[in-house]
Design a protein around this ligand. Sequence first.
Ligand code: CA
Length: 326
Amino acid sequence: MLNLSKYTALLPLILLFSCTMSTPKLSDKIVIAHRGASGYLPEHTLESKAMAHAMNADYIEQDIVLSKDDVPIVIHDIYLEEVTDVALMYPERSRADGRFYVIDFSLDELRRLSVNERIELSTKKAVFPNRFPLKKSNFKLHTLQDEIELIQGMNKSTGKNIGIYPEIKNPGFHHQHGKDISKIVLQILKKYGYSKKSDACILQCFDAKELQRIRQELNSDLFLTQLLDFPESLDDLEKYASYADAIGPSIEQLWITSFGKSLEEKKDLIQRAHKLNLKIHAYTFRQDEHPNFENFEALLNFGFYELELDGVFTDFPDKVIRFLEN
Ligand code: CA
């Protein structure tokens, strides 16, 4: 006879295990909050990350640039003036090219800046005029540690397990300034419990040499995404599969057929990538920018069901989640 008591004794353990398992949702389609819920609040602010968390994105993205004192700052560019009031606060601190570099400022100085919706430098107007208004409220820059603590803290208080999706920005530029950004970021990730593929963290980079270095020289066992910005780079799938777990092409690379490949050829490429065990996480899905598609839903239909993408980076995580639920 089956000894039931043996199994019931194990039940709490099994339940505990299934609740605390932090395996990323890699079998299903994932929604990555691109710079947070950046369709609604200024990109890469803690507020936009909290909103993305409340919306139940699977992962929340962090772009990372180092400060002068080697602190990883969550910001999209190596420059400051498109998303902060740096030109007003430190008018003398631009370089000869007229630009203000994150790497020239200490964390203390960066913390004094106010963050705004992204502007077009030439016109000083908002890039997305229908989003959060310019120069309203009070937003600040923050560190990678600040953001991990926010997400892990909200995971604890809500019982969710939302992942992080950090990107190493411009490693070559950092190396030129004597800074090993990857090493610094990996150390912080490890400190916060992210070191294996099964942890809720995906590390991404456009620089193929650097991502290879992260896997082979820095011996990272994290889930790695090779970002791609040229359509021809889609051909090197075997190379990416040798060190990465996913590729991240732009949606334009996938739908613009004038790059010498037909839609059928691109679908073949995606199938080949899947056969090589590469996931495909494409960027960037925006409700207020979907050229060549009638509406956002048509773009999502194309991405998820024509191309069979495994995940998308989106400024509007709530809209994509609702689309997938339906
Ligand atoms: Ca990014």
